[in-house]
Design a protein around this ligand. Sequence first.
Ligand SMILES: *Cc1c(COP(=O)(O)O)cnc(C)c1O
Length: 405
Amino acid sequence: MTVATAKELPDDHGRFGPYGGRYVPETLMHPLLELEHEYFRAQQDGDFQRELQYYLREFCGRPTPLYLAERLTRELGGPRIYLKREDLLHTGAHKINNAIGQILLARRMGKTRIIAETGAGQHGVATATVAAMFGLKCVIYMGAVDCERQALNVYRMQMLGAEVVPVQAGQRTLKEAVNEAMRDWVTNVRSTHYILGTAYGAHPYPVMVRNFQRVIGDEARRQILEKEKRLPDLLIACVGGGSNAIGLFYPFIGDESVRMLGVEAGGEGIVPERHAARFQGGSLGVLQGTRSYVLQDEHGQIQLTHSVSAGLDYAAVGPEHAWLRDAGRAEYSYATDDQALDAFTKLARLEGIIPALESAHAIAAVIERAPAMAKDRIVIVNLSGRGDKDVAQAADKLGLRTPGN
Ligand SMILES: *Cc1c(COP(=O)(O)O)cnc(C)c1O
């Protein structure tokens, strides 16, 4: 398993070694094959790429800065820490990079209706945004529990003209929302494109979403070479399904001196049902179209998961990450809820940046590792999103009060 082969994956069947593939009912095969065909054609089409570049720049706000976090660097006393500022994008997270790419593809395919699943609501908001922008009908599936936890994002989607459908099945969170979206897609496939929100699911989603997100790493690579005249030593990103992390990592896979660290949600610690760190408690399995590391019991039943951040709270991880881990090319650790909350506060106080709770997991990892690293090293942390959506939850956890109360 060389670095070179890692960069060329997936194969024609969407496999990253033993991971990935297309494990779906017969009814989904046709739409997935059509999508694969259209996607790879679009990828080769200069007009499509130019249109994508245009909207990434003019609508989403790319390129995002690569910002030297001076006070965080000084406080930790180790390497120079740069933040890739995906939090500054329109709608507040990296999700828009993928949403804009997929909606352009949907239009090319003549689709008039867009559906998506969402957990924390960030992908739902990104999808509702691009659907509004192009005047397409939009339906977002969201677990009923998540609808309550993330009411602000539900209102945002509704204001953008999307219909938000609360899903009442099972744990009433992200996994059930994905099931509903797939069901809808099978039924309405002629008119409808399903904008899946992370580097997960049946082929071609993992490779397509990675390619729409690699703009993060392509920019970061160019920017660090400009600023420091050399490559970074370490990349850090949080890992839910894995799209912001693979987006940052992918363009560096061939650079063997660059280490990569993905950070999963450790929740309340690595105890069954109290975390979402698939590489800690998970095993090989199939969930929602792909083969990867899954949190499951000995009968293959999907386990409950927990994280303070809804965006990392999912029982499986994107197949390319499983492969990078096997190949020894990337390492995966976790941060607990408490570590993430500490990092959330620390970044706010030291840098004037309130991160998303998801991104705070990556900050927690740099807080842990930086003190043991040499000062002449360089770390890039992906700040995948901003924390506005998490302020009420964090205030509650941190015991904040409004003056006079
Ligand atoms: C959705 C989300 C994540 C997790 O998703 P990935 O696909 O793993 O990137 C991380 N950070 C933010 C801000 C998110 O909205």
